[in-house]
Design a protein around this ligand. Structure first.
Ligand code: SAH
Length: 327
């Protein structure tokens, strides 16, 4: 774990702007692959005890505020553009409250599985806890979200294994441990874990957004691959979660019209954290991102004042790459 200057963060925004859209058809992104990626699950298990010990001092070691370029931020915390619930094909009734989610809502038959049982998910959560995630609210969120509903039927038997799994388009659903760990880090803020508005870059199949919806007031999530954006909508619709807003676009640009965010999570790894995202973090907000190429680390970046951010390296990780533009 180490702190380091954030001066390397900014990418030229011009280099990442590519708003081209296409009319790619919505639908399954599965492509028939029925194989789990090995990723880091085994390594995680082996490292779990070290990690549990190593992570404890993380929050105490953040002393050196590091300078970065001043940047203007929108003053208002309210979205200037009214956010549309993007699960619009199944409007959420006015009476719906956030956190309504039930594992019995398996009206998509592709997602019905005997492994939907709460017991199996409980066991997964117990493993994640053993790997060092201690935040009870995060563990409860993990326990509440039916991960099998975000995975194609052929892989459903692996839904509660702590591994990333393919979701099509060369992308993966993140492993439960890292989903929980990132959210736990984001929640260790000065508001006792309270998060009004959070942003996720890389919706993928929508799983992490669903977990986030149980710990934050509003969840915005951006995906750059149109069929995955559509897949996430399809996966989330039956869960009728009222506080998720899905956006199709380049997440490296963030959502300036909605900023600032109390927390930002990147589900894909860049060589550096895009400047625009740092600027969209609320003061006191926390951004958690994998950074690197073949070797990656999870970085926590806190915004300590209008012009200051500080960075802490947390642990090794492995994510798909963050890419500019949309497809
Ligand atoms: N959050 C997902 C993980 C998805 S994998 C989960 O719950 O499991 C990471 C995703 O990031 C991929 O779908 C990839 O297309 C997306 N991604 C990569 N670069 C991006 C960018 N610039 N903007 C938005 N999404 C991006």
């Amino acid at each position: 774990m180490s702190e380091k200057p954030t001066s390397r963060f900014p990418l030229s925004l011009a280099s990442v702007v590519d708003k081209k859209k296409n009319g790619a058809a919505a639908g399954s992104a599965s492509g028939g692959r029925a194989q789990a990626t090995t990723q880091t699950a085994a390594k995680n298990a082996a490292q779990s005890s070290q990690r549990a010990a190593a992570l404890k001092p993380v929050q105490q070691g953040l002393s050196q505020a590091l300078r970065a370029q001043p940047a203007p931020l929108p003053v208002s915390r309210r979205p200037q553009v009214p956010a549309q619930p993007l699960l619009s094909a199944a409007p959420v009734p006015k009476t719906a409250v956030k956190n309504v989610m039930t594992v019995t809502q398996t009206n998509n038959s592709n997602h019905a599985s005997p492994l939907a049982s709460e017991a199996v998910r409980k066991a997964m959560v117990a493993r994640v806890a053993k790997q060092g995630v201690a935040d009870a609210k995060v563990l409860a969120a993990l326990e509440a979200v039916p991960r099998h509903m975000f995975i194609e039927q052929g892989l459903a038997s692996q839904a509660y294994v702590d591994a990333s799994l393919p979701i099509g388009h060369h992308q993966t659903i993140s492993q439960p441990y890292i989903v929980a760990r990132m959210i736990e880090i984001m929640r260790q803020n000065r508001n006792g874990g309270r998060l009004e508005r959070v942003l996720e870059i890389g919706t993928g199949c929508g799983y992490q957004a669903a977990v986030l919806s149980r710990v934050a007031g509003e969840v915005y999530s951006i995906e750059r691959i149109k069929p995955l954006h559509e897949l996430a909508k399809t996966n989330l619709r039956p869960l009728r979660i009222a506080n998720i807003r899905l956006h199709y676009g380049d997440g490296m640009l963030g959502l300036p019209q909605v900023a600032p965010f109390d927390g930002i999570i990147l589900a894909a790894a860049g060589l550096e954290v895009p400047r625009a995202l740092l600027e969209q973090l609320a003061i006191g907000g926390r951004l958690v991102a994998p950074v690197g190429g073949s070797q990656q680390v999870l970085e926590l970046i806190e915004r300590v004042s209008q012009h200051d951010w500080r960075s802490t390296t947390m642990e090794q990780c492995h994510f798909v790459p963050l890419r500019p533009g949309t497809v």
